[in-house]
Every structure is written in structure tokens, then in C-alpha cells.
Design a binder for this molecule. Structure first.
Ligand SMILES: *Cc1c(COP(=O)(O)O)cnc(C)c1O
Length: 360
């Protein structure tokens, strides 16, 4: 392995090294067939096999029930902000949204273009440092669905368990999909941009319950209907071939590791190390309330913005990269998704201890 830095970037984010190596080989000469992966026709049997394998591994690893479709779409997770309400709402219909950060706020703005949106909870006034428990909001009985962001990438908060309400759930799982077990049958739709936890940028994974495919009205453009893509196995038009291939490779890596139970345990260990470093030293202050803490993105502050800038710069010289917090809250953020190695977390913790000692 060449010397690799530890990449704490929130997305695009670090990928398993084996996956990069495999992709590098296949880009030039796909499975020794004398043709590069990104030169293959998306309708060739070779590429169809790539897509099928990626889909089947997702179904297996994430226990996706048979009455759900797995789609590989484009336009980023952000396009789902409007595709969800465009396909599932309409004519004065109501949906409930939980406002727990930048990504839910953007989704709410788009949803308002299509229906009657009830924002049942917001932690905006507490600078999004928490997510609600089930008893902190209600879902109106005439609400078509309850929309939430399972992990708030910027603020470092995460639903510790999925909302338990008498409503169909829809979740943006862009930054924590495949990091822990999920009962997919409680959801109407789950989506995730790939570039945090499942692959490179360019593909958005959508898992949708089949009966919802027929909800879209006549006025929804063909490309923006889930049904269009479901009917054609994500091959209505040219799909993001390379990104889908990588997702398949990441799924293989995850399966070999022991699947979701194994990665969940690792994720808990990594996050525990980091939160322990924050809690055991007054120099550091976690952004999220303890009961809302994310296992994927750890947002924290130092005593002053100057020290934060110095911390980020010094860390980078030690091969600890991408620790700058999002511009909306500043501070520092360590993104430790599935593929982030525990050795890198240990190295960061060591650096944090030293830095605090020198600068307290
Ligand atoms: C990164 C992110 C998005 C935006 O993804 P794009 O693919 O850039 O549109 C949306 N939601 C969450 C939770 C994210 O982390």
C-alpha cells in the first residue's frame, strides 16, 4: 500500500483501499476482457452482471424485503428532496417533516412546492444539536409520510433508533446507510447519495416500496418518476456505470467484513474512542447533545476559532486530513464512516491529547 493519509472528509469520503485497487485495475482492463470498465456498454451482459451483483448484495446485506425496488439514480441526494414529494404527494396532500439540520431544511423547502408540509419538530434554535424522541412531536393522521434525516452530517447528530410512529417513514440516509441494521419494512422509501458511505459521487441509491410506484401524477416528467427507473431496472437511460460498479465493490468488502452487524460494532468502537477523548478533556466540547450523538460525524469545538484553525492545520501535517467543520457551524468535524479505519481514529485521539496539553 502506498502511504495513505487518514481522510476525515465528510464526502466524498474515504473508501476501502481494496476497492480503489480493484477499480483501478478494472478501469483499464475489466476482468481481463480487453476492454475498460468505463468503456462497456451499459446494456452489455458484462455490465448488467455488475448492476445485478450490486443490487443483490444490497438486498442481502441490508435485508431488503422482496416488495421493494432498489434503484440507482442520478442527480445526487439533493434531487430526492423534490422527487419524493413530486412522486408521493399532490393536490393538498399532507406530509410531516422533522427539521434537524441543513439537509432536512433543504428537503422541506422543496417539499413545500408539492404539498402541505407540516414541520412537526425543529431543533434549529439550538443550532441543530439534537434530534427528537418520539414523544416530542406528533404526526397528523392525514399525513402521507414522516420524513427525516437519519444522520445529520453537518451537526453530528443521529437518530439512535428510527422514529416509532404510526406513519410510513421516508429517510435520507445519505450519511449513515449500511452503518447499522434497519427494518426496511417500516419505510416507504430510503435514499442515500453514495459518496459518504457506499461509493463515489454520481449515484444515488433509492429503496422504494413497490406499491408507491404508481402514485405519481400525470404531470411528473418521465425521468423524474420512480416507476420509469423501476420498470427498466435503472437502465431507462445510461446509468452512472462506474459509480454503480464501485458500490458493488464496497458491498463485497462489507460482506467479507461480516456485514452490518460487524460494521456496526466497529463503528461503535471508533465513535466511542473519539467521544471519550472529547469528554475526558475540558479543552474539547462536542456539538451534539450526548443522547443525539452520531457514530458517523463527530462535530466538536476548541476554546477559540484560532485554536481550531491551528488544530486543523497541525493535524493535516500529521496525515490527519479533512477535519474542518462545515462552514455553517465552524469548528472541527471528524467523519468516520464505515470505511474509515480505527487506526486513524486512534491517531487522531493521540493528537488531540497532545494538542490539548500543549495549548491549554
Ligand atoms: C451530503 C448529503 C446530502 C447531499 O447530497 P448530494 O449528493 O450532494 O446532493 C443530502 N443529505 C445528507 C444527509 C447528506 O449528508
Amino acid at each position: 500500500m502506498p502511504e495513505r493519509i487518514y481522510n476525515f472528509s465528510p464526502g466524498p469520503a474515504t473508501l476501502p483501499y481494496e476497492v480503489l485497487q480493484e477499480a483501478a485495475k478494472d478501469i483499464v482492463n475489466f476482468q481481463n476482457k480487453g476492454i475498460g470498465l468505463i468503456e462497456l456498454s451499459h446494456r452489455s451482459k458484462e455490465f448488467m452482471a455488475v448492476t445485478d451483483e450490486a443490487e443483490n448484495l444490497i438486498r442481502e446485506i441490508f435485508s431488503v424485503p422482496d416488495n421493494y425496488k432498489v434503484l440507482f439514480l442520478q442527480g445526487g441526494a439533493s434531487s430526492q428532496f423534490f422527487m419524493v414529494p413530486m412522486n408521493l404527494l399532490g393536490n393538498g396532500k399532507k406530509a410531516t417533516y422533522l427539521n434537524t439540520g441543513t439537509w432536512s431544511k433543504k428537503a422541506i423547502k422543496e417539499a413545500k412546492l408539492f404539498g402541505n408540509i407540516d414541520v412537526a419538530y425543529s431543533s434549529e434554535e439550538q443550532s441543530f444539536n439534537r434530534v427528537p424522541g418520539d414523544d416530542e412531536y406528533t404526526v397528523a393522521p392525514d399525513s402521507e409520510y414522516l420524513y427525516f434525516v437519519s444522520n445529520n452530517t453537518i451537526y453530528g447528530t443521529q437518530f439512535q433508533s428510527m422514529p416509532n410512529k404510526d406513519s410510513m417513514l421516508i429517510a435520507d440516509m445519505s450519511s449513515d446507510i449500511f452503518s447499522r441494521p434497519v427494518d426496511v419494512s417500516k419505510f416507504g422509501l430510503i435514499f442515500a447519495g453514495a459518496q459518504k458511505n457506499i461509493g463515489p459521487a454520481g449515484v444515488t441509491l433509492v429503496i422504494i416500496r413497490e406499491d408507491l410506484l404508481d402514485r405519481a401524477g400525470e404531470s411528473v416528467p418521465t425521468m423524474l418518476k420512480y416507476k420509469t427507473h423501476a420498470d427498466k431496472g435503472s437502465m431507462f437511460n445510461t446509468p452512472p456505470c462506474f459509480a454503480i460498479y464501485c458500490v458493488g465493490q464496497v458491498m463485497k468488502w462489507l460482506k467479507n467484513l461480516g456485514g452490518i452487524p460487524a460494521i456496526e460494532k466497529l463503528n461503535q468502537e471508533k465513535a466511542a474512542l473519539l467521544y471519550e477523548a472529547i469528554d475526558s478533556n475540558d479543552f474539547y466540547r462536542g456539538h451534539a447533545e450526548k443522547t443525539s450523538r452520531s457514530l458517523m460525524n463527530v462535530s466538536f469545538n476548541l476554546p477559540t476559532p484560532e485554536l481550531e484553525a491551528q488544530f486543523i492545520a497541525e493535524a493535516a501535517t500529521m496525515g490527519l486530513d479533512g477535519l474542518k467543520g462545515h462552514r455553517s457551524i465552524g469548528g472541527c468535524r471528524a467523519s468516520i464512516y464505515n470505511a474509515f479505519p480505527i487506526e486513524g481514529v486512534a491517531k487522531l485521539v493521540e493528537f488531540m491529547t497532545e494538542f490539548a496539553k500543549k495549548n491549554s
